[in-house]
Design a protein around this ligand. Structure first.
Ligand SMILES: [Zn+2]
Length: 185
């Protein structure tokens, strides 16, 4: 059976507290809410994929970046990105007015990490479906998720590349299946 419940992962906080924490209590609360792993957007994605009969594991530790959802059969991972923490170019990704430079540096580090994780996963032969939190407000994206996991092109659903969802195809292995070197006569 493939229906065992996923592990619930807690945490997601930096091991070292930020040296210069935010001071706006409302924003602090908001960001604490989106910082957890079992976020509302992620639950939405899980429900949609599960309803489509797709099975997945959560936060596999043996893969780069501990991806949010791992669909082993389809060699696909789904990353659900909060717009603020992952620096999306949308309203939700706007930097706070206070301590802007500190936040900009922090978010930039997150973006760099995302980039590295994406590249590592693709290099290991995984398709990476990156879904942005704001995009999940579009029912068309939510409906398209099962197809995207199975390798469909977002453009086929009118979703466009690089906005609310991005599909990174796996990088084919560089190892040749057979090594035939033509020798000179
Ligand atoms: Zn966004």
């Amino acid at each position: 059976m493939d229906a065992r419940p996923g592990r619930v992962h807690r945490g997601g906080m930096d091991p070292v507290p930020p040296p210069d924490p935010p001071v706006d209590p409302a924003r602090s609360r908001m960001m604490a809410a989106v910082r957890g792993k079992d976020t509302r957007p992620e639950m939405l994605v899980r429900r949609r994929l599960h309803a489509a009969g797709l099975r997945f594991r959560l936060h596999r530790r043996d893969l780069p970046g501990r991806p949010d959802l791992v669909l082993t059969r389809h060699r696909t991972v789904v990353l659900v990105h909060g717009c603020f923490w992952h620096g999306h170019a949308c309203r939700g990704g706007r930097l706070p007015r206070t301590r802007t430079a500190w936040w900009a540096a922090k978010i930039e580090r997150n973006r760099a990490r995302d980039h590295a994780v994406r590249a590592s996963l693709a290099g290991l032969g995984w398709r990476v479906v990156e879904v942005w939190e704001c995009g999940l407000r579009d029912p068309a994206l939510v409906d398209a998720l099962p197809a995207l996991v199975r390798g469909a092109d977002p453009a086929a659903f009118g979703l466009g590349q690089g906005s609310i969802v991005t599909v990174n195809d796996p990088i084919p292995s560089q190892l040749p299946t057979s090594c035939q070197i033509s020798m000179p006569e």
